[in-house]
Design a protein around this ligand. Sequence first.
Ligand code: PAF
Length: 285
Amino acid sequence: MEILRTVAELRRWSRSKRNNGGNSIGSLIGLVPTMGALHAGHVSLLRSSRASCGFTALSLFVNPTQFGPLEDFARYPRAFEADCALAEAEGVDALFAPSVEEMYPAGATTFVDVGDLGNRLDGQSRPGHFCGVATVVTKLLIAAEPDRAFFGQKDAAQVAVIRRTALDLRVATEIVVCPTVRDAEGLALSSRNAYLSPAERKQALALSRAVRQVEALAAQGERRSGALIAAAREIFSAEPGVRVDYVAVVDWATLEPVEIAAPGTLFAVAACVGSTRLIDNAILA
Ligand code: PAF
């Protein structure tokens, strides 16, 4: 596995692999963008990339521009050595771990503004978050020139923002979305789960319970968003340690609320457990 620190190195790596791989799956480049502290959710993205691309690059970069001033940028888990070992074991071909100065050259003033989309769901409570995500993902796509880039459905609003960005900027990369990976009790895997105490971890299960309940109701034919949201809120009201940020039924592309859920509609929740903000969702069948 090659460890690359600069955009120029990543671009050189990507171009050399593409040129040497012929024109089959062997020449496809997959990129898995992450902020590190890798877990089984990231592993599933790496495996999807390896299954459909000849070469896989993994980026590890805790992106400062997607954190608000009072958020957890400084304490976000960083585990470079463990991440390298896991990437190596998963057959990653190149690991891109740039510095902040490499990704944001001194005096940088250019950012990707996704318009109103960036102010919905998480964007409403985390102003500027999706601008930071869209900006860094765009930089990574420009640098790596991947055929495919892999993201988890757990961050469903982020997926909507990245799809919109790639479409609007006419980026050639295919955006691939992989299913949420959960622990044995149903908690969606997230690097931030590391912040939870054992008691908070139990409380956090309210998110996946709410998601499962809404999925079950939708499968039984309940389509009214009001009823789905009420059912989820009832679950949260039984768990006082969980402070709900949003419970929403929205169009997955625009993130705008819908009255009646249709196949492909996004049900999404965000809540704080202690000081940890967690999200979960389901795409309704
Ligand atoms: O989902 C993440 O880990 C990050 O938001 C991403 C896509 C790597 C951008 O920093």
